[in-house]
Every structure is written in C-alpha cells, then in structure tokens.
Design a protein. Structure first.
Length: 505
C-alpha cells in the first residue's frame, strides 16, 4: 500500500476540496418526535418510549421548539427559510436504529443556501457556503466492548443505549470548499469552531464536543493542481472519503491534514481513492476504512407518511430573526475593545477557544488580564498535554475566578495557585477545598515568617554579612531558604522586605 506523501508535497501536487457536515444536537427538553426527556448521562435505555424505539403503531409528533431552533440557526447562517419543508424516511439497517429508518429531511430542508464567514489566524476571512441545514433525529449510541480501539473492528460484542435515539438534530452541510490549499486543515477547524461558537451564542445547544452534542463528518477529495484558477475550476472533483463523527477541533484539523497526505500518496502512485467512510484514530493520528460510502439512492428516501409539512409563517420567521444574538465576530471585536487586548492577544484567545471562557471568568469577577493569564497559560498547557479542547477541562470559569481572587487578596501566590488548579483538575473539589485539603494558603503569620527568617540568617551568617555590606543581590539565598522552610507558602516579596528590615535594625 502506498505511503502518504508529506503534506507540503501533497499540496504542491494536488488541490484539496472539502465538504463538512456538522451535526448539532439541540438542547430541547424533549426528543424530536416524542415526549421522552432529552438529557445526557441518564442510565442506559431509561429515556425511551414506543415512538423513539419505532414500535408498531407509534405515531411521531414534531417538537415545536426544535423547529424554532432550526429556523433561528438557519437565519444566523444567512440561509433562506423554506416556506414548505417536509420529512422523509432514510432507510438503513444498523443496531443504533431500532426501526431501520431515520426520520430526516431530504428534498425539502428547513434552511438552504446560506454562508458563514470564518476568520483564520492571519486575519483572512473565508466565506464558507452552506448548502442546507436540515432537521432530523439522532441515532442511538453503540458501545463496542473488547478489542484495543473501542471500534467495531475487533470488538467482542456491542451494547446499544437508545436514550440518544430521537434526540433533535440539525445537520449543516457545506457547499464544496475549494481553493483553500495548504490552509484547508486550518479552515476546517476554524469553520467548525465558528459554527460551535454560533450555536452556543444562539443558546440552542451546549455544543459539548466531548459528549458528542456537536460532531463533524469530514469529506475530502483531491484533484490534480492546475496552472491557473480558471483551469483549476474546470478540473472535476476526485473520489472522496468521509471521516465520520470527528468530535474535537484538533482532530478535525488533523483529519484533513492526514487525508490530504494519504490520498496524495495513493494518487501519486496511480492507485485509486476508494469512496468510503473512515474512522479517525487519535492515538495514531490516522484514519482507517469503515464502509463503502452510500449515495442518496442507496437510502431509498421516501416521504414520511405520519408527519405533515412544516410551513412557518413569514411573520413567525421575522419574529425569530429579531431574537438573534450579537454575531460572534462582532462580539469578539467589542470584547477586545472592552478588555484592552491587542489583536494578537485576542487572536490567541480565539485560536485557543478561550473567548467564552475568559468572558465567563470576567463575569465572575476577574480582570480580563487575570482570566487570560490562566486560560492561555497553565490551563492551555494542560489541555495540550491531555490532547483535549480547553473547554473540555474539568475546571470552570468560577473556579478560575476564585483562584485569581485568592491571589488578589494575598492568600495565594501564582506558584501556589498553580497547585490549586492542579488539584481542581484532578477532581479534588473546589479551589477552596483544595487549598484547605493541601494546606496551600500563604503563610501570613508575621511571627512565623520572622522566625523562619532568623533561622535562615543564623544558618548563613556570611550571606547576612554580604547583605549588610551592600551586596543586596545576595538576598536570594536567604529568601530561598525561607521559602523552603515554609514549603513555598510565603510571599517572596514580603519575605524580602522583612529580611532587609531585619538586617537594617
């Protein structure tokens, strides 16, 4: 089998074309077509009924709130909202679909022909066309037991939790994204990040990628690179792969990068790219084959006979348009001004997915600089080490605000604060609980500090003499001894002041 080409060589020889399908689970109280609770984390198969299980005779009914959310999302994506949209049955067999078909939209989606402007790290704004955004129900969740990867390949058996079956979804499908070249991986990540930011701003989903409430199917094909843009546009698209259910921004970027190299390696040696679904493996940062990719005809779509068309009035659509929040890009510009960040600082926050986290921390009472320091420093480093998005860390904006407040009040140093966050991340409780359990609060007892200082001076009389003689830079040895004696729980600046006072008396 051909080896992948290097990314740079692949881009030099081939032009990548992307298509991204993002599934957004809506945060309605109930499911799409029944009254079962729509809640993550409940005991397996405890939120089911004859409708979402597809038992004979059960009749679906459309969730009004889900339709409202879909319309608001379409408006925010600059889509046209259909005056008449319908549901269809998408037929396929898989254990996560107990009735052997999924109720979705096919020929008549609720939203169509829109766009989303996406800003890249260098300030370039890329307009991604939206083909459609349609409503459907989610499938159940399969858990493959046995084997090394958690995938169906090599598993001993599979468990199915039907709680997720019937969860309201909106699937947003892009038009082909052409001409991105070497920026294709970054653009894919930035697009999904912008879309995630938008659905959070709309309040229609918690968009927790690690829980699967927003996930992407990433389509990629390559075509030979032409000499000019006009010639390139005339070159037909190649066979595409579709990497399914990619659920982190980092993985989306890496998936595109890997698939470009993999497909280029095949094409460079005369092999064919197989049109198929693939799975992303975080451990090896590679994809593996799933199944041959179906075309629409393979699903035998036909109109859902038990559901009437959706025909929203223009007055209702316009009333929903008035509920749209400040666009995220406009909000970022406003926050940058309010926070006093430079363009570079704001860009770093955007690229790290930290804007909302910083905003929430500021709302909890912390200065913008203090919030930025922790989210883009210690916490960003931890997220990178764990290979997760920043928002997936088990620490809240309120936790960070509490830590920064303890620093401001003199209860913690930055060094101690890092240990507190370490404890919070390890699941040891709130910042206050970690401080108490680990005994991390600054030693502020004046007598205790003087006692430690006196012991350090007595142990190093030559250093004390140098300081008295004017060589103040030698004070570091005494400060270090005091910090060691207090297990790092003294304020080094205060210790220095007290040492100088002691030696001048």
């Amino acid at each position: 089998m051909s080896e992948p080409l290097s990314f740079d060589e692949a881009i030099e020889r081939f032009d990548p074309v992307m298509g991204i399908e993002v599934h957004v689970e809506l945060n309605t109280k109930t499911k799409m077509f029944c009254s079962c609770a729509n809640r993550f984390g409940a005991p397996a198969n405890s939120q089911v009924c004859p409708v979402c299980l597809g038992l004979p005779g059960a009749m679906p009914a459309v969730n009004h709130k889900a339709v409202e959310s879909a319309i608001r999302l379409g408006l925010a994506l600059n889509c046209a909202v259909a005056e008449h949209s319908t549901f269809a049955r998408k037929n396929y067999f898989y254990p996560d679909l107990s009735k052997d078909y999924q109720i979705s939209q096919y020929e008549d989606p609720i939203d169509f022909d829109g766009y989303l402007d996406v800003e890249l790290a260098d300030g370039t704004v890329w307009r991604v066309g939206i083909e459609r955004a349609h409503m459907e129900e989610d499938a159940a969740k399969n858990t493959h037991i046995g084997g090394a990867t958690g995938r169906i390949q090599g598993a001993d058996y599979t468990l199915v939790d039907y709680n997720r079956g019937g969860t309201p979804l909106v699937e947003i499908v892009t038009k082909p994204i052409e001409g991105a070249g070497s920026k294709a991986p970054e653009l894919a990540r930035a697009y999904v990040a912008a879309l995630r930011e938008l659905v959070i701003a709309l309040g229609i989903s918690d968009a927790r990628m690690e829980q699967g409430s927003i996930r992407a199917d990433v389509n990629l094909s390559l075509r030979p690179r032409a000499a000019t843009a006009a010639e390139q546009a005339a070159v037909p698209f190649g066979k595409r792969s579709e990497t399914k259910n990619v659920n982190s921004l980092r993985s989306i970027e890496k998936t595109i990068r890997y698939e470009i190299s993999r497909q280029a390696g095949l094409l460079a040696t005369g092999e064919l790219v197989v049109q198929e679904t693939r799975h992303w493996h975080e451990d090896s940062e590679s994809t593996s084959p799933g199944r041959s990719k179906e075309e629409a005809d393979d699903y035998r779509y036909f109109p859902e006979p038990d559901l009437l068309p959706i025909e929203p009035s223009r007055a209702w659509v316009e009333s929903l348009r008035r509920t749209l929040p400040e666009p995220p890009a406009v909000r970022r510009a406003r926050l940058r001004s309010e926070w006093g960040f430079t363009e570079l600082e704001m860009g770093d926050a955007v690229n790290a997915g930290a804007v909302d986290l910083i905003a929430a921390t500021v709302a909890a009472g912390t200065s913008p600089a203090g919030a930025r320091k922790w989210w883009l420093g210690e916490l960003a480093r931890t997220a990178n080490e764990r290979g997760v998005d920043l928002a997936a860390l088990p620490v809240s904006a309120e936790d960070v605000a509490a830590v920064e407040s303890m620093i401001s009040s003199g209860r913690l140093t930055d060094k101690l604060a890092r240990q507190v966050l370490e404890g919070v991340l390890a699941g040891e409780g709130s910042p206050a609980a970690v401080v108490s359990a680990r005994g991390l609060e600054i030693v502020s007892d004046h007598a205790a500090l003087l006692s430690a200082i006196d012991a350090a001076l007595a142990a190093q009389p030559d250093i004390a003499a140098k300081i008295r003689g004017g060589k103040v830079q030698a004070i570091g040895a005494i400060v270090g001894a005091v910090m060691k004696a207090t297990r790092g729980q003294a304020d080094a600046a205060r210790v220095r002041e007290l040492i100088l006072e002691r030696l001048s008396s």
